[in-house]
Design a protein around this ligand. Sequence first.
Ligand code: AMP
Ligand code: MG
Length: 411
Amino acid sequence: MDSCDAPGLMPVETAIENMLSVVKPISKTNRLPLAETLGLVLAEDVTSPINVPPFANSAMDGYALQRADLDRTDTLTLAGQSFAGSPFDGACQSGQCIRIMTGAELPAGTDTVIMQEETEALGDQIRFLATPQAGDNVRPIGDDIQLGEVVVAKGHRLSARELPLIASLGIASLPVFERPKIAFFSTGDELRPLGEPLAAGQIYDSNRYGIRALLDKFGCEVLDLGIIPDDPAQLAAAFAKATSTADVLITSGGVSVGEADYTKDILTQQGEVGFWKIAMKPGKPFAFGKVNDCWFCGLPGNPVSAMLTLYQMVQPVLAQLAGQSQYQAPQRLPAIASTVFKKRPGRTDFQRGIYQVNDKGQIEVATTGNQGSGAFSSMHQANCLVILEQERGKVQPGETVTIEPFNASMY
Ligand code: AMP
Ligand code: MG
């Protein structure tokens, strides 16, 4: 692990690769009822024990018939009905048709459904106005999912897009990885808890609220250890407590050049930690290592930097730890700059932007303005990050940039 004194800045991707090369997935798994698995990571493939649908059924309200009959006649005799949950128990003979509703089982002896709107009923004589293809409006057995098929792979994090799918297979419980246990605290003599007045030179500890919110979203179990002052004894005690109970300790503050030596002294006594300078703006200082059996991620103290390093650099590490082998980094898209983006070559910028689709159907993005690493209102105003490559300079309107939309999806 490189130290703070190493020349040059470490590219963001290198830092992530370094961490991913050493962190192993949690081995402990539990079997939980399906309804309790939202946000957890599957520990085994889900294989379908049935065909879905389990029987051929109708996609329409109408009449089921043998398609070949319509080559001889356009009128068939109504011989029964098949409703969802109460199928026709018999076989449809040549010259006959069966009234059928959406989702109802296709009766034996039929292969096609004609929708009601394309028929005329005269008593029990049904006249067909359309000439369908054999198999029209029929959902075959196993049309969606086949018996024995892997439906959701091990390592997938379960969302509202998977739970109904798994429920449709009749599976009541799932093996899932335990949630990673993440302890976190803020460091700094200047920090005050909420609800207390500020004395001169003090600020409120805001970082813990963003860290906790993101960790919840990532599906972690959180352990909030509060604010720890810049005092060696108290810091040492907090590190010891956290690293003996958690899988990962995340701190904010105390890793910048002026303060790193301080934290470094404590951490080198307790474990092996690298203090890195990342080619990322905001968020240059970052610490990573291991203390006891606990991984340690030291985030910078500036509020925007703390959130962005947690989101960009620590999120993939936590995903790997959680067993998420199917993890996909947040999607990035090209967009046209509609304003200037100030930038100097040397670091990858994660600026805050507002994107929209213009009247030509193109994505365009504007800056939120103040990009200071302490200006957290930019996070609230933005709906995306604007990622400007390390060697890029100032961006002019009309240039193409990469954006990463914030995830507002209900799924
Ligand atoms: P540091 O990384 O400790 O040098 O902190 C960098 C800047 O972030 C300083 O202005 C700190 O006051 C501020 N800061 C550090 N921790 C927090 C926190 N938990 N909440 C809000 N601001 C913080
Ligand atoms: Mg500090």
